[in-house]
Design a protein around this ligand. Structure first.
Ligand code: ADP
Ligand code: TRP
Length: 321
């Protein structure tokens, strides 16, 4: 089984990225051949600062490796180091109906939030389809917001295969229900663009402040809270704390007597502990950037090997070669 996923270098990675995409991706590496990449071409649709793209890409690499991605097990690379993907994007785009892209939520959401509606932003799912199809991927671990893009990929691949013969493997999204949508500090989906994130490797004081600022209602500590499972801090605790600890907080909140301040303090402590080993590892990696660059360039070399073969197959099928 081949597993593939990508993440954009568009800002500091947060708990939503980790539990929605990175952790499931890292765990899946035990079940097949994994290809994970930093989607820097994708980031060009909404980030226009070259220096920031470069530094974010490095940060994402550090974050992913610090969180336990083993470069001996997974092929880890930067998207633009395999430029074959842009060639395949063009080929796929000629079989992509406009209506298919017009229906994509992500484009509508992003333009509604003020990102300029450039062609790349609109055509973004075709580049993502090329990412997936270029490696004969079977499984794509992503958060729920990316499901539609994997469905678009399937539609394009089926169309291509019908038109030009069996070229592409039809991929499947892999979405873990328990972490499909990680809530942010305001209760909406945690997202860089909503300003409601808890970063994986933020500065202690800043993160503590964010966690203490999680929006709660005005019920008194003594009041029992039958809806304890809906509480944002409880939902986050279930992700970062051992099961028994999260359950204890939830039970105490439900029964009444646990104040929101103490709950948030508990969340901060468990969050900090959850990433403490990764924090140490990240500092080690940051002090050894040559090693990180080397991982990415070796990854790119391996990825290009597979990409070249699949691209060749596609070119032959459609009469380019
Ligand atoms: P953001 O919304 O912060 O810009 P991205 O769109 O770059 O995040 O997401 C990168 C990966 O992380 C995707 O697979 C996405 O589904 C996942 N992801 C992001 N935010 C969340 C969240 N709040 N809950 C679950 N998964 C998420
Ligand atoms: N579009 C994805 C996101 O914003 C990132 C991505 C690009 C991706 N190419 C991919 C994810 C291929 C999975 C497979 O999160």
């Amino acid at each position: 089984m081949r597993i593939l996923s990508g993440i954009q270098p568009s800002g500091s990675l947060h708990l939503g990225n980790f539990f929605g995409m990175m952790k499931p991706s890292i765990e899946l590496t035990a079940q097949g051949e994994a290809y994970y990449f930093i989607a820097n071409y994708h980031s060009m649709t909404s980030l226009f600062d070259a220096g920031q793209r470069r530094s974010n890409s490095l940060e994402v690499a550090l974050d992913f490796l610090a969180c336990g991605l083993d470069p001996k097990v997974a092929v880890f690379f930067k998207q633009s180091d395999v430029p074959e993907v842009t060639e395949l994007t063009w080929m796929l785009s000629t079989l992509t109906p406009m209506g298919l892209l017009e229906r994509c939520h992500s484009y509508k959401d992003k333009t509604a939030r003020g990102i300029s509606p450039n062609h790349g932003l609109f055509a973004y799912p075709v580049l993502m389809a090329a990412d997936i199809l270029l490696y004969d991927s079977n499984v794509v671990p992503v958060g729920r917001d990316q499901k539609q893009h994997v469905e678009v990929t399937r539609d394009i691949a089926i169309k291509f295969n019908e038109q030009y013969g069996q070229v592409f493997v039809i991929p499947e999204p892999r979405i873990r229900d328990d972490v499909a949508v990680v809530p942010g500090t305001d209760g909406q989906k945690m997202s860089k663009s909503y300003g409601n994130t808890i970063e994986l490797f933020g500065e202690e004081k800043a993160i503590r402040k964010k966690i203490m600022g999680i929006v709660m209602d005005s019920r008194s500590p003594a009041e029992p809270k039958p809806d304890a499972d809906q509480n944002i801090a409880i939902q986050l605790l279930k992700l970062v704390a051992p099961e028994a600890v999260a359950k204890d907080f939830e039970d105490r909140l439900r029964a009444g007597g646990l104040g929101y301040g103490d709950l948030k303090k508990g969340l901060f402590e468990n969050y900090w502990e959850c990433f403490s080993a990764a924090r140490v590892k990240r500092a080690e990696l940051a002090a050894n950037l040559d090693y990180v660059t080397e991982i990415l360039s070796k990854g790119a070399e391996r990825a290009r090997g597979v990409a070249a073969e699949v691209l060749q197959r596609a070119k032959r099928a459609c009469g380019l070669d």
